[in-house]
Structures are given as C-alpha cells and as structure tokens.
Design a protein around this ligand. Structure first.
Ligand code: LLP
Length: 427
C-alpha cells in the first residue's frame, strides 16, 4: 500500500499532511516514508528467510546509488541490510551511516586505485570485478598493502532485460561485465593471482524489470558457469543476481518480490540438491528502486499557470536538476495535487524553471490547479535526489524522512552561496 494517501482531502505522507511539510521546510522537497522503506526491505528479507536454512545463506545489499541519504542508509543498516556501492564516496557514506563494511560489495567498471585501497583497508565483503585489467590492478593494490581482495566476477549473461535501453546492462553491446564466453578464462586468471580470492559470481542485467523471466534466465546462465568452474576446482561461494524488481510508476504490475524469490530459490535448491548434496550457496541481491522508489515523492509548488500557443504549462519550483528521470529517460511519474480541487481539469505540461526545453517533469496531465498549489511528483524515492545537480546554480532540494506524524529533516536545502563556496577568483 502506498504510504501517500489522502486524509480529509489532503495528501499525507504516513499521517503527516504534505501541506505541513511544505509550510515548515519549503519546496521543492523530497519526502520519504520510513515505514515504506522498512516494509519494502522486509519483502526481500522475509522471502529470503522463508527459503534459506541459515540467515547467512542470503544477503540483501541495498544499491546505494538509488538513494544515498545517510538516514535512509542508517535505517536500512538497522534492518540488517548490506550495501552495493559504486564509488569510494558511497563507501564513506555507508560507514558514516553506521553500515558494516563486512556487508559491502563494490560494483562498477572504473574503480580507481585509491578506491580499491580504501575498500581493502576497510575489509569490505567483496569486489564485483568487471574486467581483466581491473583484476590485475586490484591484485597489485592488494599486494602493496598486504591484503587479500575477495572477488566476484560480474558476468554478462547476454540476456535481454526488456527495459529502457539506458538501464539495460546485460547485453553483449554493454560496457558492463565480462562476456559470458570469456568468463571461464577470466576466472582462471583471477584464481592464479596471489592477492585475489575468488569468492563469487554476479550479474546485473538491467533495472526496472517488471517480469522475472530475464532474471531467472540469467540465474540459469550463472549456474551453468558455477558448474563449469567447479569442474576446474574453482569453488564459487556466492551467487549475486544483481538489482531488484521494478516498481509501478503508472499502474504497471511488476511481479512481486515474494513470487520472484520463490522461483529463484526453487531453481537454486533443485540445482544444489541435484549436484552439491544440498550444500547451500549464499544468494545475494542488490535492490535499489524497489526499496525506495515508491517510498518517496518530490513535493513542489506551482509558480505560474502559463497558456502557451499550443500547450498549457504549469511552471513549478522543482526542475530537471531535482528529478532528471523525465528529461533523461522520458520517464513517467504520477502527479498528484496535494489539496485536490473540484473545478474542471485543464491539460498541462508540468515544467520547471531551468533554461532547457527538456526541463519537464510530466506531460499532458489533466489537473485542476491554481498558482500556489502543491503537487507531489510520485515514485521519486529512487534515482531522484541521487541524480540531482546544481544546474542553473539551483540548490538541491531538502529531504525529509517521515515517521508517523513526525518529520525529520535529513538533508537541509542547499543555500545559493554554498554552491560556489569551493570556487576562487583569480588574482
Ligand atoms: N546493481 C548494479 C550493479 C546496478 O548497476 C544497479 C542499478 C543496481 C544494482 C540496482 O538496480 P535496481 O534494483 O534499482 O533496479 N538512473 C536509472 C537507473 C539506473 C540503474 C543503474 N543500476 C533510473 O532512474 O531509472
């Protein structure tokens, strides 16, 4: 159930009116529901619990890139989550939020030496390595500081995730991962390196998958490789299937987490029981969007209603720099009036103040609104604030985490002078 519902004709986050949040903290503001984040994580955790004999046989690593606010990371850490990171910055965030390094996996095609050193120093759980040169670099950095690097290879299973091309990552054309046909040879190289400990296998075929079939197909490909590696004496201890299931933006019906995990674990148990006398393999997940996406909205105020020659525009105070997804992927986000009116609706494009025609948040929406009204841009909890920029010297939005009827300010609004505080005039 959505944490954003109308009570007495006012849209609320849990039991707090969004009008109160706007009054207290201003707009544009991201608003997240604590209960919703906790529930969404529990969907994965409970499904894992139902299908593994020992808690250590499954690990959910929240994908930090989807929402990296410290309070969100703190909350998930308290729920027992591990973390999937893609930079040294994300590593430091997780640690600052109280996350445990022993549950961190480090993904990404371009890890720098400094990032490797930092992650090795903190003894993270595993590096998801994406190429042979990266294996060699990691081995060298680990040798320099006298550490062993635990490694999983990100294999590209060449499965079509059937999602937006920009967020589809498992095909041959993709920059990500090691090609399926090169995987065995790459593992052999890794296994021979003195400061690399081969631990696992992973993949990530794409994001916003509504169907689990491509994920299950990818699991089959990984299983095939694990068997082939076992034949060569290379033991794989964990299987990481990558990101989570997609979410509903405009009424799409994604498969439920419970159904997907039931099928995945059934496949894995049948395979282990057939070939490995039931000895479990640790199963790992890197969900982001399905944990936070529908737990957040972007709250914005209508500034002007403008009648164009061909279109009507609702100019709001949030823009593409706050929420990039529409401009970048033509993504659809619901737009809900916070205090609905009964006057006849007019069709508007909802646009921001940024000087780009691509600066729109929603197109052709029937809305009954007036200047000064508040709108909630729905499903904005994932890849919203994390992709925000300061384009047009716009300070990034405030972030609020709602718990019942209490609003916690978890990131204050950036002040304009802070945006150029790191810059200098020349003499
Ligand atoms: N693991 C890896 C290696 C990833 O690259 C991603 C997302 C995830 C996990 C998390 O996937 P999720 O559970 O969120 O589907 N900015 C785009 C999405 C980019 C996704 C990138 N990778 C958007 O706004 O739709």
């Amino acid at each position: 159930m959505s944490p954003f519902t109308y009570k007495n004709n006012v849209l609320c986050a849990e039991s707090l009116a969004l009008t109160d949040i706007a009054r207290q903290f201003g707009t544009p503001t991201y608003v997240y529901s604590k209960a919703s984040v906790v529930d969404n994580f529990a969907a994965y955790a409970n499904a894992c619990k139902a299908h593994v004999a020992h808690p250590d046989d499954a690990l959910i690593c929240f994908s930090v890139k989807s929402n990296s606010n410290l309070a969100i990371l703190q909350l998930l850490s308290q729920c027992g989550s591990g973390f999937d990171i893609v930079s040294g910055g994300e590593l430091l965030r997780v640690l600052a939020a109280g996350g445990s390094a022993s549950k961190i996996i480090f993904s990404g095609v371009g890890k720098s030496r400094d990032e490797m050193r930092l992650a090795l120093t903190h003894d993270i759980l595993c590096f998801n390595v994406e190429s042979i040169p990266e294996l060699h670099r990691l081995n060298a950095v680990a040798a320099e500081i006298g550490k062993q690097a635990r490694v999983s290879l990100r294999v590209n299973p060449n499965v079509d995730a059937m999602t937006h091309p920009y967020i589809s990552t498992g095909l041959k054309e993709s920059k990500f991962g090691v090609a399926f046909d090169d995987a065995l040879a790459t593992y052999r190289i890794g296994a021979a390196l003195s400061h690399i400990d081969v631990m696992g296998i992973d993949c990530h075929i794409g994001s916003q998958l509504l169907d689990d079939a491509p994920l299950l197909e990818a699991a089959d490909k990984l299983i095939e490789l694990i068997d082939a590696l076992a034949g060569e004496g290379i033991v794989i201890h964990h299987l990481d299937i990558g990101g989570g299931i997609g979410i509903s933006y405009d009424g799409d019906q994604p498969v439920t987490v419970a159904t997907y995990l039931e099928k995945l674990f059934a496949k894995i148990h049948a395979w282990r029981n057939g070939k490995y006398e039931g000895k479990p393999i640790k199963v790992m997940f890197e969900p982001g969007r399905s944990i936070v996406g529908n737990a957040g909205v972007l709250l914005t105020e209508v500034q002007y209603l403008k009648e164009g020659e061909a279109k009507n525009f609702a100019v709001v105070d949030a823009a593409m720099n706050d929420l990039m997804r529409p401009a970048m992927y033509q993504a659809w986000h619901g737009v809900e009036p916070v205090t609905p009116r009964t006057t006849p609706a007019v069709t508007y494009d909802v646009v921001g103040p940024v000087c780009e025609s691509g600066d729109w948040l929603a197109r052709s929406r029937a809305l009954s609104i007036e200047a000064g009204d508040l709108l909630a841009i729905m499903s904005a909890g994932a890849y919203g604030m994390t992709m925000a920029s300061n384009y047009n010297t716009r300070g990034r939005a405030a972030e609020i985490l709602v718990d019942g009827d209490v609003a916690h300010l978890v990131r204050r609004r950036e002040a304009p002078a802070e945006l150029f505080a790191l810059e200098s005039l020349i003499r």
